[in-house]
Structure formats: structure tokens, C-alpha cells
Design a protein around this ligand. Sequence first.
Ligand SMILES: Nc1ncnc2c1ncn2[C@@H]1O[C@H](COP(=O)(O)OP(=O)(O)O)[C@@H](O)[C@H]1O
Ligand SMILES: [Mg+2]
Length: 308
Amino acid sequence: MIRIQNLTKRFGDRVAVDNLDLEIESGETLGVVGPNGAGKTTIFKVLATLAKPDGGQVWLGGLDVVEQVAQVRRRIGYMPDAFGAYDLFSASEYLDYFAAAYGLRGQARVAAIRGVMDLCDLGPVRDEAVGFLSRGIRQRLLLAKTLLHDPDVLILDEPASGLDPRARIEIRAVLLELKKMGKTILISSHILSELAQLSTRVALMEKGKLLAVGGLADLHGMITTGRMIRLVPRKETDRAEEVVRSSGLAKEIFREGDELLIVTEDGEGDPDRLLTLLLEAKIGIQSYAEEEPDLERIFLRLTRGDIQ
Ligand SMILES: Nc1ncnc2c1ncn2[C@@H]1O[C@H](COP(=O)(O)OP(=O)(O)O)[C@@H](O)[C@H]1O
Ligand SMILES: [Mg+2]
């Protein structure tokens, strides 16, 4: 559905997207994850025909996004990372305004507005001024607007950013619904866990480059073939860390306050051997337990803590 080849975008001397390749299948939900400044918004703007690439090519449904702007716009729904100023409109006026801009008339316009309002659960706020809506509801309204012309590709730039947990769950429910409808979805976030349940694949990005693309299982496998242990020493975290480090059994050690998160090498008995060494060194242990390696840490490892 989407093919990005050698995409480069510069702002002056700064390379925002650096020779990037990415393909997205029809019906797929691809999560693009990376810290601020990674280049997520820039890629999305190029796809949405709002920024011109400096190099490379981008196709969407067989259309060239630089050459065939009007056709591409009909196929996509783009949700920008900012809302814009429409504070005095009521929610339904806001949708009506954009439905008109999309060229929807008469019954088709009424039906389209009703459809997206139902989907995004906006009925209760239809007459409220946009400027007074909570951020969570405003994001749902922005998403509803994106869906008015029934696009089959959705490009959603950090739709859940700045939302409280409840609003986040609500928007995720709408996104899952859209996924079920068979839409192709490109969604960004700087929080991995937000996209984990939603995405068929995740693209990890930093400084304009892709670090890794794959299903969550692939990414886990790529980075942590070892096991992860959380060690809570009674005291002397520094000394415990030193023992772990010098054991040669740790591939990675993350310090979290007084706790240590240890990724072991790939050997079968590593956790047991490490525990033995700690006990021999007379480190008091409050707890020592294996954990499921999580994405957040995979990402930290990939970016070597180089995260903003
Ligand atoms: N309009 C612009 N002018 C100058 N630099 C920009 C502009 N837009 C983005 N950049 C720069 O390009 C890089 C990528 O930005 P962006 O695509 O917004 O990243 P992200 O969405 O991942 O936070 C950043 O270094 C940013 O400062
Ligand atoms: Mg951005």
C-alpha cells in the first residue's frame, strides 16, 4: 500500500529523514516509534503530500505522492500532531465545515458526519464549542474529521500524546475499530507501550533513520536473546552492580534507583550462576526474579540511552 524508497528530507543542514526505506502492506497497522526529533512527523507530512522530499520516492496505493497529490489526498486521512484554531465552532459545525471542504453534499454529508460521530463517540458533545472540549475528546474529534471522506489509509501523528490514561484507552478503542474495518494505519508515538497492542509491526526510528522494523516478537528476538532479571539488593546496590558486571554474565545492566535490571548472556544457567555469585559475594538480596523483556528497554538498548 505504501512504498518509501531512499527518502531524504533536509531542513537547511539538518537531515530530518536520512535515506529511509519502508514498506507497508494493505490492512497493516505500522507503529512508528522514536524520540522527539526522530523524523516521524516529517515522514508523515511527506506521505500526506504536505512536504516535498529532497530525495527518494514515495508511492501510496500505486500513486506517486509528489506527482499525484489530489488523488493521494482522496485516499488518505491525515491527523496532524496539532489541532489548529477552531475554538468557536461546535463539534458538529467543525465536522460539517470539513465535510463541505471534502466536497460532501446533502445526504452524503449528513451520513458521513453521523458515521464518524458514532464511531468516535462524539454524540454527547455535538453542540459544545471545540475550545471547551477536553484534550481527549478533541483528539477524537480530530480523528473523526480525518475519517469523513472514508479514506483507506490513515496517517496518525501521535494521536494519544498528552492524553490521560482513560482518554488514551478511548482513542485506542476507536483505532482498534478502524483496524478491524481493514484500514491501513500508520501511527506514531514516542511511547512504545502505546502502540504495542495496536501494531502489526513496529518501526523504531532515531535521527532520521530506521533502527529496526518488525513484529514485536522479532524485535525481542533481535535484541534480547538473553533473559532479564530484576535484582533488588537490600543495600549496596553499587557493589551488587560491580559483582554483576565482573561476572561476565550480563549483556546489559540498567540501574533503576536502587534496583538493577540485568539482561543475561544467552547461556541456559546464567540466572542461577549469577545468583550464586551474588550470594558468595555476600550481597543481601531482597528479591531476584525473571521478567519479560519489554519494548521500552529494547528501544533504550538500540538507541544506547541516546534518547531525549
Ligand atoms: N519546518 C522545519 N524546519 C526546520 N527543521 C525542522 C522542521 N521540521 C522538522 N525539523 C527538524 O527535523 C527533525 C525531525 O523532526 P520531526 O520530523 O518533527 O521529528 P519527530 O516527529 O520524530 O519528533 C528535527 O531535528 C526537527 O528539528
Ligand atoms: Mg512529531
